[in-house]
Design a protein around this ligand. Structure first.
Ligand code: HSE
Length: 442
């Protein structure tokens, strides 16, 4: 029998229960895969009374986090309480005490990553965070190890199950935003604060982590341009379909000649692209590397057992490394800590791309000419125009798709258009990614 590795789990909620269940019920399988015995020595939570639906030895349950942090026999500290504090304090203390840390806490890493990755490197402990991005999809390991031979040109993905679930229901069933959000919350996908999901913050946390892995640079939340999905109307979903697109909340990191673009926003993508077919709570990660070409990973990006699976994968890695003496073989971020390079970021104003505009205007002669005049003067060329509805002096939607334009010019055009007397409501702007299908050349 191999070495016994002791793990302590803090946070017995949705993900914690999934991880604990796997560790308790699949100990034989894990022993077979890792050659070690992984012992879940302690589970700490404020609620250790409610049933989680599977048997838990009562002697391992505790309300006292000190019984994990102060136990020198505990090799691995699993943090699944989420949030910034006290998670940050506990994680740093565990690292300082030489414990290897596993976390699913994307907000923590996106906010205090500098401090935490630095501490892990200084104290020589492993920091596993597979569960922080993409739920059960092994996306962290893929970038850190599987794609190491590549300069990544693009890292793009549908990284929030709740937002994708809402957009899918709105697209397929034409239901209202609030109804879809309520269902996502009931199914346990949504964050405690739903704004994180629908305003793109949770996606941006994940993009911070992906970009650090992909580009070997420290990245902060403030480096990401963020727009959420809460302003999208059923009209936008309708027009997107009419033009042959689907709207997805995409996280995009692209290594362009101006630097690295880092952005999260609703995006129109061609409906025949595989990313457009990713529905419901599923996530997908799309990479373009200079050696490998295109890679697409697909799976459940949230939920108890998929995310628990990712936590246990990290625990198994640490257990193997302890027992084989290979700790530190792969740096936490793939790139060794002292080799990280400063981020060369491309600002959002430098972006070039195609745009969808939905103007709410009063239905009068010459309105279209005035809109297209402003756009034309700024060098923005219109590819298609559609007007929806008709009614004297009543508000109608005028939808335009542009050819490639500069974001800075688009912003200036929208500023000028916003002050026109015929504008009767907020203008909706959605960026378009005219992605080629996977078998077309890059
Ligand atoms: N609330 C997240 C989602 C789950 O919906 O994808 C984990 O980040």
């Amino acid at each position: 029998m191999g070495k016994t590795i002791n793990a302590g789990l803090l946070g017995f909620g949705t993900v914690g229960s999934g991880a604990a269940r796997i560790l308790l019920e699949k100990s034989e399988l894990l022993e077979q895969h890792t050659g070690t015995t992984i012992r879940l020595a302690r589970i700490c939570d404020t609620d250790i009374v409610s049933s989680r639906g599977f048997p838990v030895p009562p002697e391992i349950l505790t309300n006292d986090v000190r019984s994990l942090l102060d136990d020198p026999t505990l090799d691995i500290f699993i943090e699944l309480i989420g949030g910034l504090e006290p998670a940050r304090t506990f994680v740093l203390e565990a690292i300082q005490k030489g414990k290897h840390v596993i976390t699913a806490n994307k907000a923590l890493l996106a906010t205090h990553g500098d401090e935490i990755f630095d501490a892990a490197a200084r104290y020589g402990v492993e920091l596993g965070f597979e569960a922080s991005v993409g739920g059960g999809i092994p996306v962290v390991k893929t970038v850190k190890e599987g794609l190491v031979a590549n300069r990544l040109h693009t890292v793009m993905g549908i990284m929030n199950g709740t937002a994708n679930y809402i957009l899918t229901r709105m697209t397929e069933e034409e239901i209202a935003f609030q109804e879809a959000l309520a269902d996502a919350q009931r199914l346990g996908y949504a964050e405690a604060d739903p704004a994180y999901d629908i305003e793109g913050i949770n996606t941006a946390h994940k993009l911070v982590i992906m970009a650090m892995l992909a580009f070997g640079a420290p990245v902060k939340l403030s480096d990401i341009y963020i727009e959420g999905i809460s302003k999208l109307s059923p009209l936008d979903i309708f027009f997107a379909k009419e033009f042959g697109y689907r709207i997805k909340l995409l996280a995009i990191a692209r290594n362009s000649c101006d630097g690295i673009e880092l952005r999260v926003h609703p995006t129109m993508i061609p409906s025949e692209h595989l990313l457009a077919q990713v529905g419901g709570v599923y996530n997908a990660f799309y990479f373009i590397g200079d050696s490998v070409g295109k890679v697409l990973l697909y799976g459940l990006g949230a939920g108890q057992m998929p995310t628990g699976s990712a936590v246990v994968a990290d625990v198994a890695d640490v257990a193997r490394n302890i027992s084989r003496g290979t700790l530190g073989k792969v740096a936490s971020l793939g790139t060794p800590h002292d080799m990280l390079k400063p981020l060369r970021k491309s600002p959002i104003d430098s972006l070039k791309g195609c745009y969808y505009f939905r103007f709410s205007v009063v239905d009068r002669p010459k309105v279209l000419a005035r809109l297209s005049g402003i756009l034309g003067d700024l060098g923005i060329s219109i590819a298609s125009v559609v007007q929806n509805g008709r009614g004297k002096e009543s508000s109608v939607s005028v939808v335009m798709l542009t050819h490639e334009a500069h974001e800075a010019q688009v912003r200036e055009a929208l500023r000028q258009i916003g002050s026109m007397d015929v504008i009767s409501g907020e203008t909706m702007v959605i960026r378009i990614e005219n992605l080629k299908t996977l078998d077309e050349n890059i």
